[in-house]
Design a protein around this ligand. Structure first.
Ligand code: LMR
Length: 398
């Protein structure tokens, strides 16, 4: 008997698949604007200096590789919750919030999906249209009913009115996923006024917000990017936050993240956390230790934290400069206005507005790789190649 006989092939991941395609391209002039990783001016994804120093300390001081508990590294959890919610958050004082360490932000989303499926049966989840493609599959895989609210339309503009109108029609009590900052894939973020209006609708419809916070520090700054998360945590009794250390600590492959839960009181938090530990046990048992230990070392040490915050700020500024640089480089082709949105979007990604066909041509004719939706990882642009990139874009837009 051939057990695997009926198994068919599925298409590769639309984002991770680009890593292999890019590697296989022998064109020396190739440009990788696919997967969301930051690259320095040398085209390298660096290990942050703060991370190297923390790793050295760990090598010198670590005494065991025994398991960490179901919620992960306690120091990491405490410091990360402070970074996200603010060290002076009343939720921390009142012990109404706790972080469960997960394998990356993706792990936090998967844990959330299973938590909703197990503990809040029947609740649908609503995603922005468009959103990160893995949001779609992660919640569907957990058996949740997935719906969409409008966010960026075919005119490649943020449509807050349509978003609010749709949220106002959601079934009472459903879960709504919001991107804290640096919306993936579009780069279009809500203003503080927009967030206040979203909060009102969330209250009116008694929705449970799940805020995905994967890019803290890459939008307007470490504190500024946390503004909406902190507003919701302050104003609502219950909130789920998925936090990732992949980008802002450059710990991509170490799979470091957390699900932060905010509850109405300390007792309820214990109930919820017991469920999370039980679900996590069946998913990955206990989380990987190294990345979280590194983050804990950094956030728990004033000098290391300052160094790290400076490094995040340098990455953020470079991304902003690349955005402006690309718009400028498009100027000679009469395309600066058409692509002006690249300058106002935030974070690593830009929804360029290029069509799938144009994206395909960029790849086939110029070895420029971006996601088929037209999402470009601005943080992957080589500044010395801005003119080449602008010329290629102009050619496919002609
Ligand atoms: C991305 O969207 O490119 C990143 O979040 C990496 C990933 O896992 O897809």
């Amino acid at each position: 008997m051939k057990h695997f006989h009926a198994i068919s092939r599925v298409p590769g991941d639309p984002i991770l698949g680009l890593i292999e395609a890019f590697r296989a391209d022998s064109n020396p002039a190739k440009l990788d604007l696919g997967v969301g990783v930051y690259k320095d001016p040398q085209g390298h994804t660096p290990i942050l200096r703060a991370v190297k120093l923390a790793e050295q300390r760990l090598v010198d001081s670590e005494t065991t590789k025994s398991y960490i508990g179901g919620h992960g590294d306690a120091l990491f959890a405490a410091r990360l919750a402070e970074l996200v919610l603010g060290a002076d958050s009343p939720l921390l004082r009142e012990q109404r919030t706790g972080a469960t360490q997960t394998p990356g932000g993706t792990g936090a989303l998967r844990l959330t999906a299973d938590f909703i499926a197990h503990c809040l049966p029947g609740r649908g989840i609503w995603l922005s249209d468009p959103t990160w493609p893995i949001h779609e599959t992660i919640f569907a895989e957990a058996g949740l009913k997935v719906g969409h609210y409008p966010y960026v339309g075919s005119d490649n503009r943020l449509n807050v009115e349509a978003m609010l109108a749709a949220l106002g029609q959601l079934p009472l009590g459903d879960v709504v996923l919001l991107h804290a900052c640096c919306h993936n894939p579009t780069g279009f973020d809500l203003s503080q006024d927009d967030w206040r209006r979203v909060l009102e609708v969330v209250r009116a419809r008694e929705l449970l917000p799940l805020i995905d916070f994967a890019y803290q520090g890459f939008g307007d700054g470490l504190e500024e990017d946390a503004w909406a998360v902190r507003l919701f945590a302050q104003e609502l009794p219950e909130l789920l936050i998925t936090s990732s250390c992949s980008k802002n600590f450059g710990l991509y492959r170490e799979r470091t993240g957390a699900l932060i839960v905010c509850c109405e009181n300390a007792e309820k938090l214990l109930d919820v956390r017991s469920q999370l530990a039980s679900i996590a046990r069946n998913l990955w048992s206990t989380p990987p230790a190294h990345g979280a230990a590194v983050v804990a070392q950094i956030l728990d040490d004033h000098a290391l934290k300052t160094l790290w915050a400076d490094e995040v700020e340098a990455m953020r500024r470079r991304i902003t400069e690349l955005r402006m640089g690309l718009v400028e480089a498009l100027q000679p082709y009469g395309l600066a206005e058409r692509f002006a949105h690249i300058g106002i979007q935030r974070g690593m990604f830009s929804y360029t507005g290029l069509t799938p066909l144009q994206v395909q041509r960029l790849r086939d004719e110029y070895s420029v790789y971006m996601v088929g939706s037209g999402r470009a990882n601005v943080a992957g642009i080589d500044a010395s190649r801005l003119d080449d990139l602008a010329r290629a874009i102009a050619q496919v837009c002609a």
